[in-house]
Design a protein around this ligand. Structure first.
Ligand code: ADP
Ligand code: MG
Length: 396
């Protein structure tokens, strides 16, 4: 099998972050906080329609070594190649400031203060084993790791309760929306902060309520292979906005505030364009699939769940039109190789696909996927194995 991206242990992640901290800020951090990336099992492009989705937190996390300061200075460094350290003040971290990666790292400080939870200045060093821009939510992992540190260092105590974590997740969404200026619907931060090990998170995006669905693949002899296609997603941004707009337009024409309110039987005649009708068809059918998927997984019917993953992919490919050659290729090869299920995951136009397979078939499937990419002259994908990990926490 090609190179598999392994997750760092608590010890390894903390040691790396502490070392970078000491190198740059010539001191010991007060602690280290870690928060995971995520992969969405099913329920794509439904969060902004008030739908249901079902992510798991990855064992791959972002680690933030942090120290509270007595002034309003903020100093940040990350181990990501090409990203410069940043020194500024809390007052510099506001909507409209063009801060690049710093917006994700420091945005939670602004969001906490905005919500009436003031924070002191801080020094931080970030290290991560979540691949960036792979659709596995390195952005939320970063916001949530720093958000957990700030919560702790300033005594707000949000991380101690489920209700508090829900608030912290919402504040991290605000940081990403308003400071980093990236539209995101709440799935990523909920997965990063509210997941439990061994379970998938069934998230209702209408009210951010959750339930935990047992998802221990090892017991069932299964694995979830994540294929980061590394496809360039140049079209992604504009297309994401276009899909959101189509959903809003269709909802207005159908007289509902959110597409979530429609049943799969609802007539779509009132939607003016055939293209918008297909967009709605995806959203409505996808929400129904999430419900079926959760029921199937909860009762150990993984083959039924896998079929729903394939159906989800087809809907995203044909009705929502957010797939691309690389994502389709993973799913085609997976199906031909007898995988239980496969689908693109995340926003689309690149990013990652997931393959649910029997443990003893995973190697052959991974080899077949790599061979198919090579045969088409595509960039070699990165692979990782996902298990349902815990949400973010202080680890040192
Ligand atoms: P994804 O969340 O799918 O990985 P995004 O485009 O939403 O992709 O977020 C990626 C961006 O988040 C990066 O371009 C960078 O600005 C920021 N980021 C994420 N992780 C880190 C990190 N460890 N260090 C510095 N910046 C990071
Ligand atoms: Mg992101």
């Amino acid at each position: 099998m090609g190179a598999v991206l392994d997750a760092w242990t608590n010890e390894a992640g903390a040691a790396k972050a502490q070392q970078v901290f000491a190198e740059h800020w010539e001191a010991e951090p007060d602690g280290v906080w870690a928060s995971p990336g995520r992969v969405n099992l099913i329920g794509e492009h439904v969060d902004y329609n008030g739908g249901l989705c079902m992510p798991i937190a990855l064992p791959h996390r972002t680690f933030a070594a942090m120290r509270r300061r007595d002034d309003d200075v903020v100093r940040l460094v990350t181990d990501v190649a090409g990203s410069s350290p940043w020194v500024g003040r809390l007052g510099d971290i506001v909507p409209g400031s063009s801060l690049g990666w710093v917006a994700y790292a420091a945005g939670p400080a602004w969001a906490l203060a905005e919500s009436g939870r003031p924070v002191a200045g801080f020094d931080a060093a970030i290290c991560s084993c979540v691949p960036l821009g792979a659709g596995l939510s390195s952005s939320a992992a970063l916001e949530c790791a720093v958000g957990l540190g700030l919560d702790d260092l300033n005594g707000h105590g949000l991380a101690a309760t489920e209700e508090g974590r829900r608030t912290l997740a919402e504040l991290c969404v605000r940081a990403e929306n308003d400071v980093a200026l990236a539209p995101t619907g709440g799935l990523d931060q909920a997965a990063s902060l509210r997941s439990q090990a061994g379970s998938a998170l069934l998230l209702d995006c209408r009210d951010q309520s959750i339930s935990h669905v047992w998802f221990d693949l090892a017991v069932a002899g299964l694995v979830l292979l994540v294929v980061d296609t590394r496809a360039p997603h140049a079209l992604g941004d504009g297309q994401y906005a276009a899909r959101r707009n189509a959903c809003e337009r269709a909802a207005a024409q159908l007289g509902v505030s959110l597409l979530r309110e429609l049943t799969p039987e609802a007539s779509l005649e009132a939607v003016a364009s055939p293209e918008d009708q297909r967009r709605v068809k995806h959203v409505v059918s996808e929400i129904a699939r999430v419900q079926e998927f959760a029921a199937a997984v909860a009762t150990g019917r993984f083959y039924a769940a896998g079929e729903l993953m394939y159906a989800s992919h087809e809907s995203l490919r044909d009705d929502y039109e957010v797939s691309c050659r690389e994502l389709d290729l993973v799913v085609e090869v997976a199906r031909a190789g007898g995988a239980i299920g496969a689908r693109m995951t995340g926003g689309g136009f690149g990013g990652s696909a997931i393959v649910l397979a029997r443990e003893d078939e995973a190697q052959a499937l991974a080899d077949a996927i790599l061979a198919a990419f090579a045969a088409e002259g595509l960039t070699t994908p990165s692979l990782l194995f996902a298990t349902a990990a815990a949400g973010g926490a202080r680890i040192a």
